[in-house]
Design a protein around this ligand. Structure first.
Ligand SMILES: [Cu+2]
Length: 138
């Protein structure tokens, strides 16, 4: 009886891992890559772009010189869309640190398509920093 329960729990853990894996680690394509001081900040997703609606993506930090992952600690990613005659449309990402240092799994939702100003801010072992770049939402 107990053995069956243990097996069921293990089974669902493996299944949860597999479904996360398919969302986040299958053949990621680059959306944008930006050099910021000694770091390279790279935004990736399965489709290689952001689209209207909910998006899952990966944010990676690596050293510009060695290309090795860099642990940057606490990270936020926010987006802004300038709208003529209106307040800008703002959207922030939910970021979860991955097992690999310097790698974050993210989700973000966009109510419409169009160009976004993306701001990434970090604060941790590699110091404080930020970078801005533009991403077109399809
Ligand atoms: Cu808008």
């Amino acid at each position: 009886m107990q053995r069956i329960m243990v097996r069921t729990v293990l089974g669902s853990v493996v299944l949860a891992g597999l479904s996360l894996g398919t969302v986040w680690s299958t053949d990621l394509k680059m959306i944008q890559s930006q050099k910021a001081q000694e770091l390279v900040v790279t935004l990736l997703s399965a489709s290689g772009q952001w689209a209207q609606g909910k998006n899952t993506f990966v944010l990676e930090f690596s050293a510009a010189s060695t290309k090795q992952p860099v642990d940057v600690g606490k990270v936020t990613l926010s987006t802004s869309m300038p709208m003529p005659g209106m307040a800008p449309m703002l959207a922030g990402a939910t970021l979860t640190p991955d097992k690999t240092p310097g790698r974050y799994l993210g989700t973000i939702s966009f109510p419409d398509s169009g160009a976004r100003q993306v701001t990434v801010v970090w604060d941790g072992p590699a110091g404080k920093g930020s970078t801005r770049f533009s991403v077109s939402v399809r």
